[in-house]
Design a protein around this ligand. Sequence first.
Ligand code: ADP
Ligand code: ASP
Ligand code: MG
Length: 587
Amino acid sequence: MALLVQKFGGTSVGSVQRIQEVAKKIAASKDLGHDLVIVVSAMGHTTDELTNLAKAISNNPPQRELDMLLATGEQVSIALLSIALNELGIQSISMTGSQVGIVTESSHGRARILEVRTERLRTLLNAGNVVVVAGFQGTSLSSVGTAEITTLGRGGSDTSAVALATALKACACEIYTDVPGVLTTDPRKVKEAQLMQALSCDEMLELASLGAAVLHPRAVEIARNYGTKLVVRSSWTNEPGTTLTSTAGRSLGREGLELGRPVDGLELLENQSVLGFAHLPDQPGVAANLFEALSKGGVNVDLIIQASHEGNSNDIAFTVHAEAINKAKEICEHVVKQLGGELSTQSGMAKLSISGAGIMGRPGIAATLFETLSRAGINLRLIATSEVKVSCVIDSKLGVKAQRAVTDAFELNDNQVKINPGVTGLGEPAVRGVALDPNQAQVNVRNVPDKPGTAASLCSILADAGISIDAIVQSERKHQNGGRDITFTLKKSDRQIAGAALTSLLAKWPNSFLEDGPAITRISAVGAGMPATAGTAARMFRALADSNINIAMIATSEIRTSCVVAEKDGLAALQAVHSHFGLDKSN
Ligand code: ADP
Ligand code: ASP
Ligand code: MG
């Protein structure tokens, strides 16, 4: 007999009939002797409908009132499911987030869970109840000490479920949904998408944040940090679905369930060289040809970043191990002869990375890293960000100084710091899944000073405004006054706030200004085996080139490669990359 937390999503409880089906499924688990806490979402599209009602009255409804409104959706489904269970003869009781002791921060609309006070739940379970809990909601204690209803953010019922499972030390958290599990991509976009039996929480965190909406990223973060067993399965079948694996497993501390230490690792990789191209032609196939040539020449490339500038030419920079610099240079010089552009090389570089599941959604973390390096007078040559990692390429002579400063800034211990670690991901697939995120916008900041602190100032101002940026790329080319361009992507919905937040900073930099890029979508490939599999990025670029799709930006991190393409090319890009890596075939 096990204690299980099972979560059923909106489609799974979308009608009375479906609620009755779910009740039967729960009854079957109960018959096996399990203790059950059930978390449910609002029925079908209820949350959207409630949001639209508010929007029909106001463009800017108070967040507190929105939470009040949206939380009612889940209250309907818990009551109905509990009625259905009782009808089947199963003793059941429904509970709102506040009744069940889900205590959150006070930030309405995106509250993080601080703790789950499990006493009442335990008592109800001990009395033989199936406890049906409203997902997506909790309670905060406001400044005057009275309880307020909060919500966790759209899709947040997954997070409620994993938080409950973690606090109760349940055997597993099972997420029942309208697909058989986590697939290689969204089956609504690519019908050949295949089920994965297992993947790591780190891979899922990347995928979930890059467009694979099957799981709320914060749910994966909790599972990863506390080692909670997480399974995604179909509501309609008894198939085992997908199991998420994690190596971590800290115990619940005092700092708040979702507020635990966001950074738990640092790596310094020395002996790196940077090769940079300016003014390469902006046309399909350039990145594919370049990185294929490097791959064929046996050169293993680590970070790659690319952005187009002045509308018609690209800058590309990438890192290789110092041993490969001569070979890489020879290949690149050949490419320059064929395609034009200017090549620069820089040896004696190091890559410093911080990692941790809490980096995602907390823009202040990258900003703190950049500020720490800037205070130590260290210039950032390249930056690569992902959901679980932020890396910077810096002068190797300053590597140890940087490592000490960053270790202190994030209060890391010796076990968490690795100098020149070996390659990870041996034997793992280079690409496990592909995701498309159409909600990104591209912004260029022209003519920023090329000196320590520039990226730090940009990121910290945006972080203070609550904005996470991704794919941040500095141009290889310089303006006449020595300035460079910085390009980044951010959520479309954050674009206005970002513009307002940056106004005063840009006023301090002569001739710099903000410019919107064209309509884009971001396609990302994720796989734990990527660092151990040479040529993976080249294969992705080839898939896009063969479909005649131009790449506007490239940003890689250890286990993911992302390309920004024109919005109109998004779906074709997803299909091309998915099939190029053979993800459409069962194995
Ligand atoms: P629920 O209401 O159960 O929470 P969601 O709509 O939030 O369900 O998530 C399930 C949906 O996620 C699926 O219907 C599917 O279209 C979408 N999805 C996107 N990417 C993936 C993926 N890689 N694997 C599975 N489903 C995905
Ligand atoms: N009902 C909420 C939403 O639609 C929470 C959830 O379904 O996870 O976003
Ligand atoms: Mg969901």
